[in-house]
Design a protein around this ligand. Structure first.
Ligand SMILES: Nc1nc2c(ncn2[C@@H]2O[C@H](COP(=O)(O)OP(=O)(O)OP(=O)(O)O)[C@@H](O)[C@H]2O)c(=O)[nH]1
Ligand SMILES: [Zn+2]
Length: 353
């Protein structure tokens, strides 16, 4: 660390590697900051000397979790965003082909699933695809263990969920009794994003991790068990034992965008079976020699899982094809813009000193 004051940012995930990458920004008089929450044209930024409001009008698409190079002074402004290590991207609610970044530089995506309601396996698969695609490590956190009839029921639920989550860690807890919270705390590391439908218990779990009633929690409506979307703002807070927590608003119907790799990881079992299909482009529909269909017939692969796989594949491809040319051009363009502006900035700032 170049200065003792950067210690304050360590609690927010700042490390040697980021500091090294930041040298040139420091030399240009910029300071590092982590973006906690974003509004129109402004953001809450955490700096070495505390939080402040900063202008974001000169950078494109800042989001919670981004590391930024900030120009300090009377009117602080974000001069550049550091390259993202990971990004959680969903299809934007408006149905545009452009994705919406929910959080950046997340290390662990905690997919919260309430055990108090019937478990929706398809939704878990969808969130897993989103999580794998982001580049972060997904962990499934089964919440409200106190609402399950007994250990046998909990074991059955856990097994059911584990079967749709190959390669992902799975833990269960009750924020109400505190059972399992210590294990959840140990398994969730680095910058953690809690995702899951409204009412899944994200804020309650967040409070348990924080060891304080910081996040607003909602009362679940009696009739339908759905939450009331009490979380209105994405925020970022350091955890007492290390790590950083991002609490996002409930993701009721998250759409996938450009998530082919995420789907591959999520359905690693199906993808593995598909290697033995006669045709390499087998759609596992009615093709002869389909190893996936054979596994379904033999009872080795649930029909539901194959249907879910195909449905999410189709959805992802549809969005990809709809937005294809435009989206790709946009993305490529934005990357070019970004690196161009960074290079220019470096040169310009470099010449000044
Ligand atoms: N019995 C029990 N209830 C819980 C537990 N965790 C959360 N709840 C309750 O579930 C309801 C919803 O919890 P929240 O933490 O607000 O859910 P959320 O996922 O943050 O919801 P949004 O903010 O709307 O996205 C609240 O009434 C909580 O008290 C638990 O471990 N056991
Ligand atoms: Zn096949």
């Amino acid at each position: 660390m170049s200065s003792a004051s950067s210690q304050a940012l360590t609690a927010y995930g700042w490390d040697e590697c980021l500091e090294n990458d930041f040298t040139r920004y420091r030399d240009a008089g910029l300071i590092p900051a982590r973006i906690a929450a974003v509004d129109r044209g402004r953001c809450d930024a955490i700096t070495e000397t505390g939080p402040l409001r900063a202008d974001t009008t000169t950078v494109e698409g800042p989001c919670t979790g981004d590391w930024a190079a900030l120009r300090p002074g009377g009117r602080p402004a974000v001069a550049a965003l550091l390259p993202r290590r990971t990004a959680i991207v969903r299809a934007s609610a408006s149905g545009e082909s452009r994705g919406q970044v929910l959080a950046a530089n997340v290390d662990t995506v905690a997919i919260t699933v309430s055990m108090a309601e019937p478990v929706d396996l398809g939704r878990i698969e969808r969130l897993l695809a989103l999580a794998w695609e982001s580049g972060a490590r997904p962990v499934i956190v089964l919440t409200k263990a106190d609402q399950v009839a007994g250990p046998a029921e909990e074991a059955a639920l856990t097994e059911q969920v584990a079967a749709v989550a190959p390669g992902a860690d799975l833990v269960s807890c009750s924020a109400a009794t505190g059972a399992g919270v210590d294990i959840v705390t140990a398994v969730l590391t680095g910058t953690i994003a809690l995702i899951g439908v409204s009412g899944a218990g994200k804020s309650t779990l967040g409070n348990a991790l924080l060891g304080a009633e910081v996040l607003a929690t909602g009362t679940v409506r009696e009739q339908d068990g759905k939450g009331r979307h009490t979380t209105v703002r994405r925020e970022l807070r350091p955890l007492p034992g290390g790590g950083v927590l991002i609490d996002t608003p409930g993701l009721r119907g998250v759409g996938l965008i450009d998530a082919a790799a995420g789907l591959q990881r999520t359905f690693a079992d199906v993808e593995g079976l598909a290697l033995d299909c006669r045709f390499t482009d087998c759609a596992h529909d009615s093709e002869p020699g389909c190893a996936v269909l054979a596994a379904v017939e033999a009872g080795g692969l649930p029909r539901r899982r194959l249907d879910s796989y195909r449905k999410l594949q189709r959805e992802n491809e549809w969005i990809a094809s709809r937005g294809d040319a435009r989206l790709r051009a946009e993305r490529a363009g934005r990357y070019k813009e970004l690196s161009k502006s960074l290079r220019q900035r470096y040169k310009i700032e470099g010449k000044k000193r």
